[in-house]
Design a protein around this ligand. Structure first.
Ligand code: 13P
Ligand code: SF4
Length: 350
């Protein structure tokens, strides 16, 4: 059961990520100095900052203040492809930078660090995945955006969590059987919601896999009025107790539209920065992970997203380091399933 200390820790976490959003290891003057230099360089280098909701608040603030974008992975791809800047600084994880390069090969794509990867991408190596697909040639291959360029190149469709259900429904209507990779939790959710016949890859997100239904139910006893918001990379037992399930953008919208004043949020806590802006006056609590005695590998914050910061954004802009390169052949092959997703998404909005 949660004790008072757990609860006040949660409130402090929420306040830091939602309001102060300053790096803990910098003074306000240092932050202001970094921000000014980055803003100047973005102009000089014809660059635009595209940041994911899981990056620290200060980067989200910078992207907003400089005409860049803060969003989920689908909108990052769309925004970057449509923006006229010749350089994109992609603050997020590597697959997001690669997606930007595949959709805009003429642009220079820089990342704060190329070391920022994703457990889903690591867990789906191209050789094994390709052999799996070859063994089931009668299946349509659907891969999550959180994969390498090579895995995307092997796919018929790329999806992100904001469009996964619609794509699966579309394929189910056509009587297609699908291979789903790499996230087994998102895959189970999609299968359960759409009834599509699915062969599943055994991958998981180390952040979302840590959320525990028991901990969330304990917290709900303390805050019975709180609604539970869950990203579908979480285990089925957590998805089952959710009041809203969806991509990062979809759960921010749920925080705005649900009448509740308080929310327990099962996704990366850096999202609190945007949630608080979208739903001012509401309170957000981090969903419990492994419990007090467990060894938490992520503790509701993606270790790779956390590698993005003011210093390495500045370094990338000053020195052109950490550039994304993808071969022409892979760009050609991976672009088709990615563009298919974007075209499908556009058709839904028309
Ligand atoms: P979104 O597509 O919802 O932005 O999620 C990306 C991701 O990596 C979630 O862990
Ligand atoms: Fe990958 Fe999970 Fe990090 Fe998202 S939160 S980038 S899925 S490891």
């Amino acid at each position: 059961m949660l004790n008072k200390q757990d609860i006040s820790d949660r409130i402090l976490v929420q306040e830091h990520f939602a309001k102060e959003h300053l790096p803990l290891d910098m003074t306000a003057d240092q932050v202001a100095d970094y921000k000014a230099r980055i803003k100047q360089l973005l102009k000089e280098k014809d660059a635009c900052l595209v940041a994911h909701y899981y990056t620290e608040g200060i980067l989200q603030e910078l992207a907003d203040e400089t005409g860049g974008c803060v969003s989920d992975s689908l909108e990052m791809a769309r925004f970057g492809a449509n923006h006229e800047a010749s350089t994109l600084i992609v603050a997020g994880v590597r697959f997001m930078g690669e997606t930007a390069k595949i959709l805009s090969p003429e642009k220079r794509i820089l990342m704060p660090t190329l070391e920022a990867t994703c457990s889903l991408d690591i867990g789906c190596p191209i050789d094994e995945f390709s052999a799996f697909c070859d063994a089931h040639p009668d299946h349509e291959v659907v891969v999550y955006a959180n994969t390498s360029a090579a895995v995307k190149a092997r796919a018929d469709w790329v999806v992100t969590s904001s469009i996964a259900l619609q794509v699966a429904e579309h394929l189910a209507e056509q009587g297609k059987k699908i291979i789903w990779a790499p996230d087994k939790h998102l895959g189970s959710y999609v299968q359960q919601q759409t009834g599509v016949e699915m062969l599943m890859w055994d991958g998981a997100c180390i952040v979302h896999e840590e959320f525990k239904a028991k901990g969330i139910l304990d917290l709900k006893q303390v805050y019975p009025d709180a609604a539970v918001l869950v990203h579908p990379e979480s285990p089925a037992s957590v998805v089952e107790i959710a009041d809203a399930v969806g991509s990062t953008t979809q759960i921010i919208k749920a925080a705005q539209t649900l009448p509740n004043k308080r929310f327990i949020v099962a996704t990366d806590r850096a999202i609190f920065y945007k949630m608080q802006q979208a739903a001012p006056g509401k309170e957000f609590l981090e969903a419990p992970t492994g419990g007090n005695s467990a060894t938490c590998r992520s503790c509701a914050h993606c270790p790779w997203m956390a590698m993005n910061g003011l210093e390495n954004v500045l370094n990338a802009l000053e020195n052109g380091t950490d550039e994304i390169f993808v071969s022409d052949q892979l760009i050609d092959q991976a672009r088709r399933p990615l563009q298919r997703m974007l075209d499908f998404s556009a058709s839904l909005n028309n």
